[in-house]
Write a protein that binds this ligand. Structure first.
Ligand code: CS2
Length: 497
């Protein structure tokens, strides 16, 4: 029987030779980055790049201090602390080969709810040059329809009244920046790593809207001392399952309470705009460019929107993972048509990228049979995703008179997904901040008002006033209800001319 070794710093040397372990002395690494949101994606992406960097050039100043911001993050925090910040990245190839790499770049962890002061002090520490965030698309607190900061949110209200004991990222950043200014410490870079186009600009706008209320005198200092680079991030990272944890034990004998599974592909394209220095990430494959927009647009509109297309269609069809759905020829070709006919025309040129190859590679990545990316992960929080991933394509196509029926299938499939949630044969839950409104309006659209779903203005803005859109939407949603998703896709050209 294989010897099972608990993952921690003391046991690193006992792990099997095939497992890559930190080739640097972790005790000598100092934190130069604070990262908020130590979920799976951060650990498969940025923390991996930093681990490679530390291995590659030994620069000891760029370790990561991971911050768990929410009460719900207690378990991941405890797990990481228990494992001395170590975890295993299970990089899973198409052919099933599992490469295990123990990541050592998270050298400190803080749990904000129990020690907000420690987090504020860390962010204000002169050694910290960058604060990065993965707080999800919904974490930026803007009204999706108007793009404006929602100042009346209860947690924002709390932060305005309790600046020393904040709950939101905005309260933390503001207070930490204030400490830096008051103590004569230089500014730093604050970098969003979420899937929002112009994520740096959006973050800056949201933060400054908060600062305007909380500390108006700080605005000019931030404008001078802090930068917010845009970036495009990519690596498919499914939710970990108990069988992945078992698999790691069986294959490599590692007892890791919270490893991360991910695909081999990885990409990070960043606007080179750092106010206080940055790691030499280019030495480990990160691409620095002047303008990230074309890359972000390509990735969000093809990959993320493509995920949503498969997420809703597959769920209605009875599938449970992305690979299973995309390998059904009907859905695979529908996805490709959506990409080719509706998204590609609004993308324009992307320097250094052949879009045909990029789309081929996406379909191949989605089909990786060893990455069991659950449709439930893709469908959650869609009220924050669809307005970023899909609606801009529809709006641009409406303007140029291009086709939109495949994009509309995604919206209609989302509505049907919400209508059916929890009914017999559809035993998924709606996990969404706007869940109640979504569900009520979707159900109301069955009989009371066919347009009730599209009338959720905070998501769809004024789309319901587009006659062209509505004339395509109605026959599609009716067909999905009557004939199912597969028949609707199969006969789409007859349903909508
Ligand atoms: C997914 C993303 O959340 C989603 O809907 O599309 O998490 C996606 O897997 C990543 O952006 C891949 O880089």
């Amino acid at each position: 029987m294989k010897e099972i070794i608990k993952l921690n710093a003391k046991n690193l040397s006992l792990l099997p030779k095939e497992v890559v372990t930190p080739a640097y002395d972790r005790a000598k690494i100092k934190a130069g980055i604070v990262h908020i949101g130590i979920g799976g994606f951060h650990r498969s992406h940025e923390a991996y790049y930093v681990d490679k960097l530390l291995e590659h050039n030994g620069s000891a100043d760029w370790g990561i201090c991971g911050v768990a911001l929410l009460d719900n993050d207690r378990r991941i925090f405890d797990t990481l602390v228990n494992q001395d910040g170590l975890y295993t990245l299970m990089i899973t190839e198409q052919d099933g080969t599992l490469n295990a790499r123990v990541i050592g770049s998270i050298i400190e962890c803080l749990f904000a709810p129990s020690d907000p002061k420690a987090v504020l002090e860390k962010m204000a520490d002169p050694d910290i040059k960058i604060i990065t965030l993965t707080i999800t698309e919904g974490g930026y607190n803007f009204d999706v329809a108007t793009g404006e900061f929602q100042i009346t949110e209860p947690s924002i209200h709390w932060d305005l009244n309790n600046p020393g004991n904040p709950k939101t990222v905005f309260g933390y950043l503001t207070q930490a920046l204030k400490h830096r200014r008051d103590r004569g410490i230089s500014g730093l870079t604050i970098q969003s790593c979420d899937n929002i186009q112009k994520n740096g600009h959006v973050l800056k706008k949201m933060l400054l809207s908060y600062v305007k209320e909380a500390e108006p005198g700080l605005i000019s200092w931030i404008e001078k001392e802090v930068t917010f680079p845009d970036c495009m991030v990519d690596r498919i990272t499914p939710v970990i399952t108990p069988s992945d944890i078992e698999n790691l034990k069986n294959v490599y004998g590692i007892d890791d309470a919270w490893p991360v599974v991910c695909e081999p592909f990885i990409q990070w394209v960043i606007e080179d705009n750092y106010s206080n220095g940055r790691p030499e990430w280019e030495s480990v494959g990160v691409q620095f460019v002047h303008d990230v927009s074309p890359y972000e647009k390509m990735k969000i509109r093809l990959l993320n929107a493509g995920h949503s297309l498969l997420g809703f269609s597959g769920s209605l069809y009875g599938c449970s993972t992305i690979d299973e759905t995309v390998r059904i020829p009907l859905f695979g070709s529908f996805l490709r048509e959506f990409m080719d006919i509706e998204v590609t025309p609004v993308l324009g040129e992307v320097e250094g990228i052949n879009l045909e190859d990029y789309k081929d590679s996406l379909i191949q990545r989605f089909g990786n049979p060893n990455i069991k990316d659950k449709l439930s992960r893709i469908c959650l929080e869609s009220s924050a995703k669809i307005p970023k991933f899909l609606l801009p394509t529809i709006k641009e196509q409406l303007k140029r008179g291009g086709e939109i029926k495949r994009s509309i299938v995604v919206i209609a499939a989302w509505c049907r997904y919400l209508e059916l949630a929890g009914t017999q044969g559809y035993d998924y839950d709606i996990e969404d901040k706007m869940g109640v409104v979504l569900s009520n309006n979707a159900i109301a659209s069955i009989s009371e008002d066919p347009l009730a779903f599209l009338k959720i203005e905070t998501i769809f803005n004024d789309l319901v006033h587009s006659k062209h859109f509505v004339d395509i939407y109605l026959p599609i949603i009716n067909s999905i209800r009557e004939n199912g998703i597969a028949e609707t896709i199969r006969h789409l050209n007859q349903i909508v001319a």
